[in-house]
Design a protein around this ligand. Structure first.
Ligand code: NAD
Length: 481
């Protein structure tokens, strides 16, 4: 029996319960056992966290870049040291497979070190606008940043606050109520390594903690990662209170466009890797739509089905596991509804679609990795983000139609293009409406290359220098000489 996690929030350097005296239980999605609890924050807790952040702001913004970088590197080092402990909790709280989940702590550490090294690049300009004055610009922090993150990469998204901090801001983070436990370990690490109030963590749901954070008058900058409907609700709620800067990293319905010269073996193995079954498809970058020409359709379909059949589904804490359970009952129910919709709309179910068999799958949110063939643009599983382990194979006639189908959804997060024809690769990468495009690759992220969406997939870019700039306001100064 693993340890029960009795989590606390971090407000002003103290590990605290909620003023509401309410708690949220967290469940292991593999067997539905309650494995921990976190405080259910309400508006008063959020206000205390924002006030603490504001109280810490002048001193933090007053540090030199070197001092801020040093503090962040100390924090990153402790995060690295606590990696194993975080991982054990995160596997039980999310159901994501351990072999892949291990990269999340490492990525968070790398992201913090990256921004720690970039601080001194946060430069203004001198502008030769007139001879009688010195015109220059400086980049200044907003003050308090509210950061609201989703359930799928809990520690990665909660821990990577290098950009707002290096820019001189203090933050209030709200993790997802679906998998909040690793954030309570993060709270301990932050408390040990950063000055009180610079980073605050409030646990709770969207209505209790998310909305008050968005609407708080002292929070001028909101950074949100999550679904399109919530992103739109946040934009609306923010605009009702004040003029705020909102960045949104939202959902995707990402296409893999395969051209006729591609190798079917390579395409099939990358399509399955790109779907990210280790996360049960609960990844914003999942390649859920595979667009294929007639000439490759049957060969790729056969190989995808064979490949999916080799995925080991089971206990996410085992190294060999390639697919665990869904994260929550809500995700499980939603995915089953979409599988039903796929069948009703006339798609051909060629793999999965049901609960796996066996004693270990009797409780928990288990669905087998699922593949539909003959999916067409009118179907709901073509158009809507399922955020589950459901892959669709779609047939196209020619290049024009392939690009049209790729773009024929409200989303525009990522796309993957498969061809060795340079002209075709360049044309498709130009015409596809997505914020991140891989040619002959899938799903890899590289620090320094901006990640974010076109269309309803969002605004703003993360994991690059632009992210740090987005946490600053430009001030222009005119000094008459
Ligand atoms: P969600 O939108 O349901 O919730 C995200 C966060 O918002 C949670 O912390 C939640 O408590 C909070 N929230 C909910 N309602 C709120 C409100 N009205 N005001 C303020 N906060 C509120 O998303 P989810 O189900 O946790 O995550 C899945 C979604 O996130 C998918 O659409 C996925 O594609 C997207 N996502 C995008 C990226 C990216 O980088 N673009 C990365 C990961 C996940």
């Amino acid at each position: 029996m693993s340890e029960f996690i009795d989590g606390r929030m971090l407000i002003g350097g103290e590990l605290v319960e909620s003023r509401t005296s309410n708690w949220l239980e967290s469940v292991n999605p593999a067997n539905e056992e309650v494995i921990g609890r976190v405080p259910a924050a309400g508006p008063e807790d959020v206000d205390a966290a924002v006030q603490a952040a504001l109280g810490a702001f002048d001193a933090w913004a007053g540090l030199s870049m070197t001092e801020r970088a040093q503090a962040l590197r100390g924090y990153a080092q402790r995060l690295r040291e606590e990696g194993k402990r975080i991982l054990d909790v995160e596997v039980r709280d999310t159901g994501n497979s351990i072999a892949k989940l291990r990269h999340d702590v490492a990525s968070a550490v790398r992201g913090i070190e990256y921004f720690a090294g970039l601080g001194t690049e946060l430069k203004g300009e001198t502008i030769p606008a007139s001879a009688d004055a010195l015109h220059y610009s400086v980049r200044q922090p907003y003050g308090v940043v509210g950061r609201i993150v989703p359930f799928n990469h809990p520690i990665l998204f909660a821990a990577k606050f290098g950009a707002p901090l290096m820019a001189g801001n203090c933050v209030v983070i709200k993790p997802s109520e679906q998998s909040p436990l690793s954030a309570t370990i993060l709270a301990e690490i932050v408390r040990e390594t950063l000055p009180a109030g610079v980073v605050n963590i409030v646990t709770g749901d969207g209505a209790g903690a998310g909305v008050p954070l968005v609407r708080h008058p002292l929070v001028k900058r909101i950074s949100f990662i999550g679904s399109v409907p919530t992103g739109m609700a946040i934009q609306r709620a923010a605009a009702e209170v004040a003029v705020k800067h909102v960045s949104l990293e939202l959902g995707g319905k990402n296409p893999m466009i395969v051209f006729p010269d591609a190798d079917p073996d390579e395409v099939a193995s990358n399509a399955v890797a790109g779907m990210n079954f280790a996360w049960m498809g609960q990844s914003c970058g999942s390649m859920s739509r595979i667009l294929l020409p007639d000439s490759l359709y049957d060969a790729v379909l056969e190989r995808v089905v064979a490949k999916v059949a080799t995925i080991v589904q089971g206990d996410p804490a085992k190294e060999e596991t390639g697919a665990g359970p869904m994260n929550s009952r809500a995700q499980y129910d939603k995915t089953l509804r979409y599988i039903q919709a796929g069948i009703e709309d006339g798609a051909r179910l060629v793999a999965g679609g049901t609960r796996p068999e066996g004693a270990e799958f009797e409780r928990g949110y288990w669905i087998r990795p699922t593949v539909f063939a003959d999916v067409t643009p009118q179907m709901r599983i073509f158009r809507e983000e399922i955020f589950g382990p459901v892959m669709s194979l779609i047939r196209y006639r020619d290049v024009d139609e392939a690009i049209e189908l790729a773009n024929d959804v409200e989303y525009g997060l990522t796309a993957s293009i498969w061809t060795n024809d340079l002209k075709l690769a360049m044309r498709a990468s130009r015409e596809v409406r997505a914020g991140y495009v891989w040619v002959n690759g899938v799903s890899r992220h590289f620090l320094g290359t901006g990640f974010g969406g076109f269309k309803n997939s969002g605004t703003g870019r993360e994991e690059c220098f632009d992210e740090m700039l987005s946490y600053t306001e430009t001030k222009t100064v005119h000094v008459r000489v």
